[in-house]
Design a protein around this ligand. Structure first.
Ligand code: ADP
Length: 367
């Protein structure tokens, strides 16, 4: 791979800009209209500003004749392919091999394209960011072997549903909600370095992206069995994929420890929209709690507050090592162009715009 000097310079500049901007970025992605989308689709509610300086960064949302404009680090229209989106995150993924803690998550209402973005269909040209990231990580680790680097990679996959953690790689059908050692629900504790982790979770050593693909299929199977058992049709849980990377360079004696967390969040729709009662109400409340904890954590980090409420939800507690400090975080805000979703889209865009204006520094105290 010959990279021209110009390309190298462009990448360096791009990275410098990112460093200056802080370490949380927001990309917005609009999915195409689908045949099942509601009435009124002939009048688009989503548009893109024509000015060149906002090209690829701006988005307009029309609600009741009122235009709301937002800008993000990147805006991908319905025409953007999975490869085009991946190109924009590949540097970030690569930094996990350099020892960074990287967290990429997809936020948006159910049906807005989160799973498509993260996992994608099982078709080579349409596969999502998780399989593409893994291919890149394993390819790069092989290339780095010529410079003396040896890597050990470990994967685990879990979902958080109603504030319960399910180990998706446990041998039981449908995964497991119980720690096999204690017989109690999985909990989150801190290791010697004050990094949160889930003890006794199934952690698998992996050597190739094909191996991880097999595990991803197993995790998807566990999720669908669990969902059928709970009679749950839509994705009401957070899916967290984690790759722990330990690199050692024999020539230089350097050691790095990176983490790549890829998270498909549960739908962000509000209570009124999901018309929840009973179990559904409980679910929606749990989702709202964890998503609002996530925003509180991000805003507290941005304001460099002394108390960061990581422990308010399982999601934030678990992601604690990858949020704040010198970690790198990217949020996708996924949007549906369906006019009936315009209210939810506006909420998502407002939340994402607040996140995008955040610059996360090293917090003074993490709880
Ligand atoms: P979510 O995970 O947010 O609930 P999905 O990823 O399941 O949403 O997407 C909803 C539907 O839209 C699926 O049928 C999916 O295949 C389709 N879809 C989403 N994004 C795209 C895209 N960028 N291109 C083509 N189809 C998409």
């Amino acid at each position: 791979h010959q990279i021209s000097e110009g390309e190298k310079l462009r990448k360096k500049l791009h990275n410098t800009i990112l460093e200056l901007k802080g370490n949380i970025r927001v990309f917005c992605r609009v999915r195409p209209l689908l045949s099942e989308d509601g009435v009124g689709t002939e009048n688009p509610v989503i548009g893109y500003p024509s000015s060149p300086e906002l090209s690829g960064r701006g988005i307009n949302l029309l609600q009741s004749g009122q235009k709301h404009q937002f800008t993000f680090d990147k805006v991908f229209s319905y025409e953007s392919s999975q490869q085009e989106v991946f190109v924009e995150i590949s540097q970030l993924v690569q930094s996990a091999l350099d020892g960074y803690k990287v967290c990429i998550f997809a936020y948006g209402q159910t049906g807005s394209g989160k799973t498509y973005t993260m996992m994608g269909p099982d078709v080579q040209s349409q596969k999502g960011l998780i399989p593409r990231s893994l291919e890149q990580i394993f390819q790069s680790s092989q290339l780095l072997a010529s410079q003396g680097w040896k890597y050990k990679m470990q994967a685990h996959m879990l979902e958080i549903y109603n504030e319960n953690i399910r180990d998706l790689l446990a041998p039981n059908r449908g995964g497991s909600l119980e720690n096999p050692v204690t017989g109690k629900p999985y909990c989150i504790i801190q290791d010697a370095n004050k990094n949160a982790y889930v003890p006794d979770l199934t952690v698998i050593d992996v050597c190739s992206s094909e191996e991880v693909s097999t595990l991803l299929h197993q995790a998807a199977q566990s999720r669908s069995v669990a969902r059928t058992q709970m009679n749950d049709q839509s994705s009401r849980s957070h899916f967290v994929f984690t790759l722990r990377i330990t690199g050692f360079n024999e020539s230089t004696d350097q050691q790095v420890q990176g983490i790549l967390n890829l998270v498909d969040l549960a739908g962000s729709e509000r209570l009124s929209k999901s018309g929840s009662t009973g179990d559904r109400l409980k679910e929606t409340q749990a989702i709202n709690k964890s998503l609002s904890s996530l925003s509180k954590v991000i805003f507290a980090l941005a304001k460099k507050e002394t108390h960061i409420p990581f422990r308010d939800s399982k999601l934030t507690h678990l992601l604690q090592p990858c949020l704040g400090g010198d970690s790198k975080t990217l949020m996708f805000v996924n949007l549906s162009p369906d006019p009936s979703s315009v209210g939810e889209s506006l909420c998502s865009l407002r939340f994402a715009a607040r996140v995008n204006s955040c610059e996360i520094g090293v917090p003074r105290r993490q709880t």
